[in-house]
Design a binder for this molecule. Structure first.
Ligand code: FPP
Length: 249
């Protein structure tokens, strides 16, 4: 991993600490292209992407951001070649096991969102262990979207509300945005204020469809493995220049 310049260890002077996003979400795209440019196998891009994510998490914590959500594996990613899917599942498990002591020590509260029941049982066990070991940590919430799909999340929220109506414990007239939001995987987290997508693609790709309703979207051509603190600094500078209106004038 590249060492960060000293000026980027604490919040840079040109960023206003009172106008930081509370929650940053990232679509980590471009690992494959990063590897291809270096004549390396695609998996090397994912491997390098883990280092980038680790440093971004630390940076968010150091700079006072409350939550970071990363799109690690979508419901559509099962369509990739089996060796790549297997590699990613093993990578998630290995990284979780390796990084857990540091996350505990650094006050990271980790969550996984998505349909976790389809993941390999050993990964599910590691996820369970990491979530319970960090449940009381307060420094930063780190949310990993794995086997995640925004549409699937909305459908599962509808099902769980419908089941309550059927059981006679919920009146349909009481379903509002606040109640609906509580039935999403991300219930209780603030909505992302800033959604970053690397590698230049201008798509949301089924990520946090409900939650990004008012997020500022920042797309950079930088490939994910190269998205370092300087690149994040630029994204935050751009965010702070935006005038967020939430539909008002
Ligand atoms: C997209 O790049 C990246 C992924 C599908 C995987 C991202 C996963 C990580 C960086 C690992 C995270 C690890 C943990 C433990 C949370 P791509 O393969 O679509 O790149 P391409 O568009 O250039 O082909």
């Amino acid at each position: 991993m590249t060492l960060q310049p000293h000026s980027l260890i604490t919040l840079p002077d040109d960023l206003d600490p009172d106008r930081l996003p509370r929650h940053v979400a990232v679509i980590m795209d471009g690992n494959g292209r990063w590897a291809r440019q270096r004549h390396l196998p695609r998996i090397m891009g994912h491997q390098r992407g883990v280092d980038t994510l680790k440093d971004l998490l630390r940076c968010c914590k150091d700079w006072g951001i409350e939550a970071l959500t990363a799109y690690a594996f979508s419901t559509e990613n099962w369509g990739r070649p089996l060796p790549e899917v297997d590699f990613l599942m093993t990578l998630f498990e290995r990284v979780l096991r390796r990084e857990l002591p540091e996350m505990v020590e650094e006050g990271v509260q980790i969550h996984f969102v998505g349909d976790l029941t389809c993941l390999p049982p050993s990964l599910q066990a590691e996820i369970e262990r990491a979530m319970s070991a960090t449940a009381h940590n307060q420094k930063i919430k780190f949310v990993v979207a794995t086997n995640y799909g925004g549409r699937r999340e909305i459908i599962q929220a509808c099902r769980s509300l419908a089941a309550k109506v059927k059981a006679g414990v919920l009146d349909p007239a009481d379903i509002d945005e606040v109640l609906f939001e509580r039935h999403l995987y991300t219930g209780g987290l603030p909505d992302p204020d800033l959604l970053i997508r690397t590698s230049g693609e201008m798509r949301v790709s089924n990520f946090l469809l409900w939650q990004v309703a008012y997020a500022e979207i920042y797309v950079t051509n930088t490939l994910w493995p190269d998205f370092d603190r300087a690149a994040f600094h630029e994204a935050l500078r751009n965010f702070q220049q935006r005038h967020r209106r939430f539909g008002r004038l």
